[in-house]
Design a protein around this ligand. Structure first.
Ligand code: GCB
Length: 605
């Protein structure tokens, strides 16, 4: 019998209440914004001197001074042991690791400071929005705390109307990217822990009441109905209109007392969004004081038996996995064109699908995928071992999922929410991840939910998938590396077969082998292009025997930096499983996968 302790009761209570509200304005880039990107001063603070006094008290809670005050020496006798104005600068957006040689392996606190001008308009409200800061952010404006945020890959925002003044203003952010057990991701992961303000920072000028959020999509599995809602910031009854002129749709609505209006619109004529014809429609939403424009594509996605149906038609997901890294910098992408380069490479592989592993990417990515015609798998960093029994960990995982779904729910390209990757099978993890899967389904019933699961050897030739988390997922996906990790050499892959205990569509979310671009040898030689090529040839034969196979996202499009890959001859801190080298050269295996995808494309025409 299980013991019912106070701890498990607390766990149970906290495990059912993920906050479904994100704290940022929908589609911030389409609002009246001032971009604060540029060169920001920075101070590396490994001992937290700018925040914690020598007797251990935190400055902000104890009225002590801290670097958030951005103090300048005022008299020649005054002691001030830092000075942002004389400190060097970093590019924002951008990680610190790739901008200062001394910081390549640095994990800890870095302070950022930036001056900016504002002309305050009476009656307006101001919101400071960050695309992402890895991992913890403490934000102050003109010496006063604006707020804090945890989670390195999703947007957050604070209202700063009362903190700003006309003319020059100063913003200071303490960023800390220390890996911690209770964080999501936790202490161990196979990618670079890029710290810093890695995405855009903008200041939005809004009216007193404004359109805070909206969703406009086809109703679940229904090509004939558009369904949606909009939510005002203040609970107020207001006249609003929603227009999609090119589809001949316009509507006048009144919000309820809570400031919300929901609607259903019968479709007259729509060109549905597909990867081949990624048609986007101009959408505008207007109130008496606010308006917002978006470009939205309309498509349905559903599972029927073993099939995935896009607009009612079976589709095979010709995919590839990605990391959000520009290998040429190398570091986090700093612009939309860096991201476009990655998606362009996926197109050259003849993909119609991309897995954005293992965390939420820059929001430009889903906009680009909408434009370029690529379906997306989006994921939260619930990766490997997580502190499964810790309610605070569950909360921050849930919050990242909420923020991701809130941000990308209007993007036609996004078809799958993934609640994690390669997590061990046990009760606490089951509860944790089931909770996340249910949360994703509740927040968005129009998309599919999946997770990259693990498979195990049932005997020396049978690979079994029987993780019961699969019951909570629409599509079962798993990672397997037979021919690279365990399971012998590429030429031995043929001895395996799969036993999949689910009657659902299957996506192989990872398979892959390492190769150093330009290193040629026979197919038994590790890290040769020939080894990787043979691996792909034999893996394609193996996975093609899976009756339910409806897609795959091999690991990975491009070599990426990882502190876990230390072989000095072949790796040198790069994970070499890319089909493309860090200088953009295609390896032999690239062409093997492309040929398979060309075939699949014909088969599913
Ligand atoms: C995996 C992980 C991925 C790693 C990859 C590898 O299973 O999901 O994050 O980078 O294997 O290269 O080992």
């Amino acid at each position: 019998m299980k013991k019912f302790t106070l701890v498990s009761l607390l766990l149970f209570v906290s495990f059912i209440t993920i906050n479904a509200q994100a704290t940022f304005i929908q589609n911030i880039k389409a609002r009246n914004i001032q971009n604060l990107d540029g060169r920001w001063h920075y101070i590396v603070d490994p001992y937290e001197t700018g925040f914690v006094g020598f007797l251990g008290k935190k400055a902000d809670e104890n009225g002590l001074s801290g670097f958030f005050e951005n103090k300048q020496q005022e008299s020649k006798s005054e002691l001030v042991e830092y000075d942002f104005s004389k400190s060097p600068t970093l590019n924002v957006p951008g990680d610190w690791n790739s901008q200062d040689e001394r910081l390549l392996f640095y994990e800890g606190t870095v302070w950022y400071q930036h001056d900016f001008d504002v002309q305050i308009k009476p009656g307006k409200r101001y919101f400071l929005n960050f695309g992402a800061v890895n991992y913890e952010a403490y934000v102050s404006v003109n010496g006063k705390k604006a707020g804090t945020h945890k989670g390195g890959f999703t947007p957050f925002e604070f209202e700063v109307t009362n903190l700003l003044h006309n003319g020059n203003n100063s913003i200071v952010i303490k960023v800390n990217d220390t890996r911690k057990k209770e964080n999501v991701p936790t202490t161990n992961f196979d990618w670079w822990n890029y710290g810093g303000i890695t995405r855009d920072v903008v200041l939005a000028e809004m009216s007193q009441n404004f359109i805070r959020d909206y969703k406009i999509q086809l109703a679940k599995n229904d090509l004939k109905t558009i369904k949606g809602y909009l939510q005002l910031d203040q609970p107020q009854v207001e006249q609003v209109s929603v227009n999609i002129p090119e589809a001949g749709l316009q509507m006048k609505l009144t919000t309820d007392a809570a400031g919300k209006a929901s609607f259903t619109l019968p479709v007259k004529k729509l060109n549905y969004w597909t990867p081949e014809h990624p048609r986007l429609y101009d959408v505008s939403i207007n109130t008496s004081t606010d308006s917002v424009h978006d470009q939205i594509g309309f498509r349905t996605i559903e599972v029927r038996g073993k099939d995935i149906l896009l607009n009612g038609k079976p589709v095979f997901l010709r995919g590839i996995s990605l990391h959000e890294e520009n290998p040429m910098i190398p570091g986090r992408p700093r612009s939309k064109s860096d991201l476009r380069m990655l998606l362009q490479w996926a197109k050259e592989l003849n993909c119609n699908f991309v897995r954005l592993a293992h965390y939420p990417y820059n929001e430009y990515m889903s906009h680009l995928a909408d434009e370029m015609g690529l379906l997306l798998w989006e994921e939260v960093p619930v990766y490997w071992t997580i502190d499964w029994e810790n309610p605070a960990t569950y909360e921050v995982a849930g919050q990242q999922l909420t923020e991701l779904i809130t941000r990308d729910k209007n993007r036609a390209s996004v078809i799958i929410w993934s609640v994690g990757n390669e997590t061990p099978i046990n009760d606490a993890r089951e509860k944790f991840m089931e909770g996340l899967a249910n949360h994703a389904h509740t927040m968005d019933s129009t998309r599919l939910v999946s997770a990259a699961l693990l498979v195990f050897n049932k005997d020396s030739t049978t690979i079994e998938l029987n993780d019961k988390l699969g019951n909570s997922l629409d599509v079962v996906s798993f990672n397997e590396y037979y021919g690279w990790y365990g399971g012998g050499l590429p030429r031995e892959i043929g001895k395996f077969h799969f036993q999949i205990d689910f009657n659902k569509p299957v996506i192989i979310s990872e398979l892959g082998a390492g190769a150093l671009g330009g290193f040629h040898a026979d197919a038994d030689t590790r890290f040769s292009e020939e080894y990787q090529e043979a691996f792909y040839q034999n893996q394609i034969k193996l996975v093609s025997t899976i009756d339910n196979l409806r897609g795959m996202t091999p690991w990975i499009l491009v070599d990426f930096r990882s502190p876990k890959r230390m072989n000095p001859t072949y790796q040198n801190y790069w994970n070499r499983k890319g089909l493309i080298t860090e200088t953009g050269k295609k390896k032999k295996a690239f062409f093997v996968l492309k040929a398979f995808y060309d075939e699949k494309e014909k088969q599913y025409k």
